[in-house]
Design a protein around this ligand. Sequence first.
Ligand code: MSP
Length: 520
Amino acid sequence: MNKKYYITTPIYYPSGNWHLGHCYTTVSCDALARFKRLQGYDVYYLTGTDEHGQKIEERAKAKGMQPKEFVDSLVEDIKKLWELLDINYTKFIRTTDADHEKAVGKIFSKLYEKGDIYKSSYEGWYCTPCESYWTQSQLVDGKCPDCGRDVQITKEDSYFFRLSKYQDRLIGLLTKTDFLQPKSRVNEMVNNFLKPGLTDLSVSRTSFKWGVPVPFDPDHVIYVWIDALSNYITALGYTSENDEDFKTYWPADLHMMAKEIIRFHSIIWPAVLMALDVPLPKKVFGHGWLLFGGDKMSKSKGNVVDPFILVDRYGLDAVRYYLLSALPYGMDGTYTNETFINKINTDLCNTLGNLVSRTIAMTEQYFDSVIPAPVKKTEQDDFIVQAIKDIYGKVNQMVEDLEINKAVEEIIKLTEYANKYIDETAPWKLAKEPENKDRLSTVMYNLCECIRTTAVVLQPFLTRTPEKIFEQLGITKDNLKAFESAGTFPEDLIGSNVHKTEILFPRLNLQKELDELSKL
Ligand code: MSP
């Protein structure tokens, strides 16, 4: 039996404004899922949409549409986006799926029967856009502390979840285990939310209808966050007769998201699972934000961040590469067209692309397109040979640590070293000296193995380029593409027929691209 790996993105609110920020999380999870698949794990990758709530109900109404009709078209769009980005998810869950709705009702009833949900009434300051109640002391200048908008005093009957009961276990979970990462987020959660004392959480609403009704009290709909968080188990069939996937894949190995929703995932979600007696996920990781010129995308600033435009113009792998390297561990990063273009030029065109095209061209020229066997090794090879041998281990460790940006940068670094190796060994000089043919063979073999290994380890991150590199190297056999083969200097590579194909990443003229992007 293969080891399993269950990874999830947040389920996104259908907003009609799918942008690079959403792509960040989904592409990162896709890379992690692919990585684990290539390691032989049985991977389940879940993503989807969070479609209930007052905001959606109101937006649909403003458009004269039924909520379901309104979300349907937005869901179509996000699915197209994931297809465009080669997102290889196992399941796309919608909170409007009938089986999800049914399961959420059952979860609510189960918590009620256990006494972890009880009915009471609620009075407080309510922020409609955030669908959250606040106490007077939580308000900032009389406004919602989360979004800064107006709040209204509201009273309603509500069901409450006994969050307070789980306070001590939650403190233990956050401070004594590696559940929440990066570690830097733990203090924030503990000091701001857990230490001041958890209050029970209102988990139903009567002020709108668009949601899952409380099964035994249908005037209430189940609060969006309970509905949304449950997706991680309902997707696997929790509470249904067909719960094979739940048995196989739960607990999740990783819930990935940006920092603003860590609180829900590291406090409310584990408490709900504790109440349900369901094992906890192994890890919750909150990455930073991709910022757009401060924080908002704006055409006037030339920050065109429509992923469809970028992929159309620069190719999928340029966009995936940019995203995967965009955020340092746990921190924010800023998107600008300029950093995007520069990154493609520097890393993909000048470094990776250049190495591949030089290696293939020289193999064609000096060895009649046939990869030679290494014959004469010298100290000059030591560094690059070691770097090729080490790359998989390094990348694997970085991926384990969720330092995805470092992992892709490490691969590019290897190609940088190889370009340096070309400059140092100067194959064009060796080629002029017949007595150095043996030396030239070794240099070319090492370079071919370097680009092969690069393609092998790039596979989870870039979905098109590795295959193009294999093709140029004349590699068709799967064993030469497998993770286990990275850096092994296999004999099978010798004798392969190389051939040049299209340029991997054409060089971009920065000014011209900035002008074009600002027009689009
Ligand atoms: N529906 C909730 C999540 C429920 S999960 C049980 C929600 N949806 S959302 O549409 O607002 O998506 C938020 C998530 O989208 C972030 O946590 C992050 O994963 C991703 N991102 C959206 N914009 C982003 C950036 N600008 N930068 C990085 N990630 C971004 O919250």
